[in-house]
Design a protein around this ligand. Sequence first.
Ligand code: 5GP
Ligand code: ZN
Length: 112
Amino acid sequence: MATDENCIFCKIIAGKIPSRKFIETDKAYAFLDIGPTAPGHSLIIPKYHAAKFHELPDDTLSDILPVAKKIALATGATDYNLLQNNGRIAHQVVDHVHFHVIPKPNEEQGLV
Ligand code: 5GP
Ligand code: ZN
């Protein structure tokens, strides 16, 4: 498994930095974003370290979308963004591939 000892998300996977974990599988790890843009804002990461999406071997990706789906359901939000940034111009800050699940609660949920 590729890891980078200087990577903040590799440290989270290894338990060296605390996180609010939702789900962990052999290949993926999901946790709350430390700076949520909405309640429930979560991140899903492959355990394999790669900076950008296209660098990931195919077999490291199989758990990502099923876990993202579980997280999206768990937030209870009917509307949400699932997004993933690659490179500084595309607003990537942490160089370990991550998918954001960002709930967009509606007025009935009281959190617009
Ligand atoms: P990016 O802009 O790279 O797509 O998003 C990086 C995300 O990682 C940001 O939303 C930021 O709040 C989150 N983040 C950065 N450092 C940490 C951390 O140490 N723990 C957690 N839980 N989230 C982090
Ligand atoms: Zn990493």
